[in-house]
Design a protein around this ligand. Structure first.
Ligand code: MN
Ligand code: MN
Length: 283
């Protein structure tokens, strides 16, 4: 039967694209250079394309790079460009893997994924909850995407991992939206739930400890190790309908280690998307 799982599995392709924007950064711009730095690390002969889950990216897994989207610094227009690209991938049955850019891009990315598959369960790694109603008057700030996502009803569950900057306003927002926060202070991989599909994964690189990921605008001590993040990722078994890696600020990086980490996370996310298989609304 041609609609069987083997056929669908062969058809699953992962599409990488860059979102070179930092217009909604609140403190220091620089994340617009993130996609180019991650791509350079991904293609560098310093490493290879193997993933810890087994497959080699591009050899064992269908993986293509769509390049950077033409963004303009006009947020409404850029949001529409991002949504259009994700909608096109969704129509093709492909899975978007986006490189930021500041974290504001996750709002249109999730909006388009939820339009395609229905409301998503979100696994969000970050030092910050990004739940501000607005930040310094900007409701589309990179400190606010998850407030916009929750208000719009795009998240069935939002689980945040790595959080270590929770203030009174964001605590109130989290309880208002029913956000499940696993604070860094109590973190073990066991405390992170295994989410159902459709699953969306958003990785702000500042969720990791600054010793592992110094190249970010808002380094916050006491974060996740790379090994802890990979453990949380690999226990997720649900079909993934989209993912992003955001907030690489190459101007603050040291020896390119954060870009190299971003490239590793591209490989590990691609392998996880492939392993978990395609999401289908009809079971
Ligand atoms: Mn952050
Ligand atoms: Mn963030």
């Amino acid at each position: 039967m041609h609609r069987g799982s083997d056929y669908k599995r062969r058809m699953l392709a992962i599409r990488l694209f860059g979102l070179p924007t930092d217009v909604n950064s609140s403190f220091e711009r620089g994340a617009a250079a993130g996609p180019a730095a991650i791509r350079a690390a991904l293609r560098s002969e310093r490493g290879n394309m193997a993933s810890e889950l087994g497959p080699e990216i591009g050899t064992d897994i269908a993986f293509t790079d769509d390049g950077d989207l033409p963004l303009t610094e006009d947020t409404a227009r850029d949001d529409a460009t991002i949504r259009r690209h994700v909608a096109m991938l969704c129509e093709d049955g492909d899975v978007p893997l986006a490189l930021g850019g500041d974290h504001a891009v996750t709002f249109p990315l999730v909006e388009a994924a939820a339009t395609c598959s229905g409301p998503v369960n979100i696994l969000h790694f970050d030092a910050h909850p990004d739940l501000y109603d607005d930040f310094a008057g900007n409701p589309r700030s990179h400190a606010s995407p998850f407030a916009r996502i929750c208000e719009a009803g795009h998240a069935r569950r939002l689980v945040q991992v790595g959080i270590r900057t929770l203030n009174a306003h964001c605590r109130e927002q989290a309880s208002r939206f029913g956000v499940e926060i696993i604070p860094m202070a109590d973190f073990t991989a066991d405390r992170v739930p295994v989410l159902d599909g459709p699953l969306y994964i958003s990785i702000d690189l500042d969720g990791l400890d600054p010793s592992a990921a110094p190249g970010v605008a808002h380094p916050e001590p006491g974060g996740l190790t790379v090994r802890e993040m990979l453990a949380v990722l690999r226990k997720q078994t649900a079909p993934i309908v989209g993912a992003d890696i955001v907030e690489l600020h190459p101007g603050r990086d040291i020896g390119g280690v954060t870009a190299i980490l971003g490239a590793k996370l591209v490989r590990e996310l691609a392998a996880l998307i492939d392993r978990n298989g395609p999401y289908s609304v009809d079971p």
